[in-house]
Design a protein around this ligand. Structure first.
Ligand code: SF4
Length: 389
């Protein structure tokens, strides 16, 4: 059960269908890494079957004008979050007592909602980097809209997510400009499967197709965002090379993988030990945060994902009825996709390099800060209001 999404779960499929039928609108879609490792189950395929190419083909047949990949924005997240991490570590080593460590990942809206509600004294600890879904929306409605000459209000951004909390995330006020959201609608993996069936698309017989460019190109580091430990492994691949100025001989950090609810590992950054913590499931996140607050444990960086297994086990995925073997099969699929990618480090994505050269300048630039970072709110006193919209 998704604790955040359960309060805001609204199926926006009818609105998306209306937008697709409106000739005045350009409708683009992004799809999260975990979706490709689970969607096939809705069409009778075995758990762990990767359907990346069929997913792109199905979205194109549904009428989306451009079929993009949230993985592109996951690479962008690593550029921003990794730079923030290294900045904090460098200041810490220089003796700056004000620097906040460990840095906490911020790409899971279930987790963000959790710490805003339960840890209001720690709001300056998480990374300020927006989630990949929201980075994608911000770049789509500025950089990409300019490229294709479409006005912001005529561009509709739809996301396909394993997650119910993403529906809530894209409605947060700070992720809109004059009332126009960066991401207009988030559909879950199950809702997409339903839409494909309603449209009489024979999913199993579809050919494999590629995502469109420029927001469809991604690396293996981005794909592993879908599994617990993946975000911090992706960040480690880039942070190691930037920090040490050396090329990684092996990009697989097996010590960061696995299904234990709380995990720790130390990664050697060429003589500098970097201590990393990982938690999935909010009960485990609470235990880990309480240990940090009490001083019992010390880390440089921590990844938290609200769902067991990370996004592969998200509340919008095909139901797995608590079968751990399904989560394991999806996780293995994610790592297979990573291993088969020609580029496996976010900072080597040529389309990310072009985005910085043409538009953003450099990671953490003023423009990047404005478009790709956020701030958090004390929600410990908030009342929960349940609405139908
Ligand atoms: Fe959503 Fe993934 Fe977080 Fe679950 S772990 S709430 S699916 S972002």
């Amino acid at each position: 059960v998704c604790p955040t999404g359960a309060l805001t779960e609204v199926d926006h499929t009818p609105k998306v269908v209306r937008e697709l039928a409106n000739p005045k609108k350009t409708v683009i879609v992004q799809t999260a890494p975990a979706v490709r490792a689970a969607l096939g189950e809705e069409f009778g395929m075995e758990a762990g079957t990767l359907v990346t190419g069929k997913l792109a083909a199905a979205l194109r047949r549904l009428g989306f004008d451009y079929v993009f990949d949230t993985d592109f924005a996951a690479d962008l997240t690593i550029m921003e979050e990794g730079t923030e991490l290294l900045g904090r570590i460098s200041k810490f080593m220089e003796g700056d007592k004000n620097v906040k460590l460990p840095i906490l990942t911020s790409c899971c809206p279930g987790w963000v909602n959790f710490f805003e509600t339960n840890y209001p004294d720690m709001l300056n600890v998480p990374s300020t980097a927006r989630s990949p879904q929201q980075m994608f929306g911000a770049i789509a409605k500025t950089y990409f809209a300019n490229k294709i000459g479409v006005k912001r209000e005529d561009l509709v951004v739809v996301s396909i997510m394993p997650c119910l909390a993403k529906k809530y995330e894209c409605q947060r006020e700070e992720f809109s400009v004059n009332g126009n959201p960066d991401v207009d609608y988030a559909l879950s993996t199950r809702e997409l499967a339903h839409l494909i069936k309603e449209a009489n698309i024979n999913f199993n017989d579809l050919p494999d197709e590629d995502f469109d460019h420029p927001l469809g190109e991604s690396t293996g580091a981005a794909v592993i965002f879908g599994a617990t430990g993946g975000v911090i492994e992706a960040a480690t691949r880039t942070a190691y090379e930037v920090f040490t100025k050396k090329t990684l001989e092996k990009v697989d950090f097996h010590q960061l993988r696995g299904m234990d609810g709380i995990r720790s590992a130390t990664v050697d950054f060429n003589g500098t030990p970097i201590r990393i913590g990982i938690a999935h499931g909010l009960g485990n996140a609470r235990k880990l945060l309480d240990r940090i607050r009490s001083g019992e444990e010390q880390y440089h960086a921590i990844e938290v994902m609200a769902c067991p297994g990370g996004c592969i086990g998200g509340g919008g995925q095909p139901l797995h009825h608590g079968d751990a073997s399904v989560l394991t099969a999806r996780t293995m699929a994610i790592y297979r996709e990573d291993a088969n990618k020609p580029i496996r480090k976010s900072h080597e994505n040529p389309y990310i390099t072009a985005l910085y050269n043409e538009f953003l300048g450099h990671p953490m630039s003023e423009k990047a800060h404005h478009l790709l970072h956020t701030h958090y709110f004390d929600k410990s006193q908030s009342e929960i209001i349940i609405t139908n919209e």
